[in-house]
Design a protein around this ligand. Structure first.
Ligand code: HEC
Length: 182
């Protein structure tokens, strides 16, 4: 005589796992006709994901495997710092987020992400993104590129910022080129 909700718990967990990655759900989650409404599921899934970010099969396993302990610790700290970024950015470039994909951001010019047109301010800034420029931007987005559209207060803690950059440098690396243009 439970309230009958328990049936869907497993599905909710598998959805949570599938949306663990910054790429969004890559693998289609098998649909159960009994699921509650998508918006309810989404809220629950997001809540679970926010509770147990490291509980999912780790999306960065391969990267972590190539690191020593100190680097792993730094990477994981950076990953925590990056949490708010993935509200607005992804690595897939599917254009479903308000901000541009961060994949391949290192070495790219500001405002020229393939999936999103940058603001005039961002394009006009003609920054080439590297640790230095990203650090300056992420410390104070509106101060470094006045008039840009990223609504984010910035990360003032130098340690957190440096960990974030370390993490970003690894995860934004484009995957091995399947189709290199030119
Ligand atoms: C509230 C949404 C939001 C959050 C949170 C956010 N961003 Fe952004 N970000 C944007 C938008 C929108 C732009 C495009 C700005 C423009 O073109 O003026 C942007 C632009 C950028 C750019 C420049 C992209 C380019 O193509 O030149 C970088 C790099 C970036 N964000 C990194 C981050 C990182 C790292 C974080 C987390 C610390 C973060 N952002 C958090 C919305 C967000």
């Amino acid at each position: 005589m439970e309230n009958g909700r328990h049936n869907s718990d497993e599905s909710i967990f598998s959805m949570a796992a599938a949306s663990c990655r910054r790429y969004g759900p890559l693998v289609p989650v098998s649909q159960s006709p009994r699921l509650p409404s998508p918006s309810v599921l989404l809220v629950v899934a997001l809540f679970l994901v926010s509770l147990v970010p490291a509980g999912c099969s780790d999306p960065d396993r391969e990267i972590l495997a190539g690191m020593g302990e100190a680097e792993q610790a730094r990477f994981l700290r950076g990953r925590v710092v990056s949490t708010p970024c993935w509200t607005c950015h992804d690595l897939a470039g599917r254009g479903k987020k308000v901000g541009p994909s961060l994949q391949g951001i290192y070495g790219r010019r500001s405002g020229l992400a393939p999936d999103r047109e940058g603001s005039p301010a961002m394009i006009g800034a003609t920054i080439v993104w590297d640790d230095r420029s990203l650090g300056a931007f992420l410390r104070d987005p509106s101060g470094f590129v006045p008039g840009n559209r990223m609504v984010f207060p910035g990360i003032r803690d130098p340690g957190a910022l440096s960990d974030l950059l370390f993490y970003l440098r690894h995860v934004t690396r484009p995957p091995p080129p399947a189709s290199e243009a030119g």
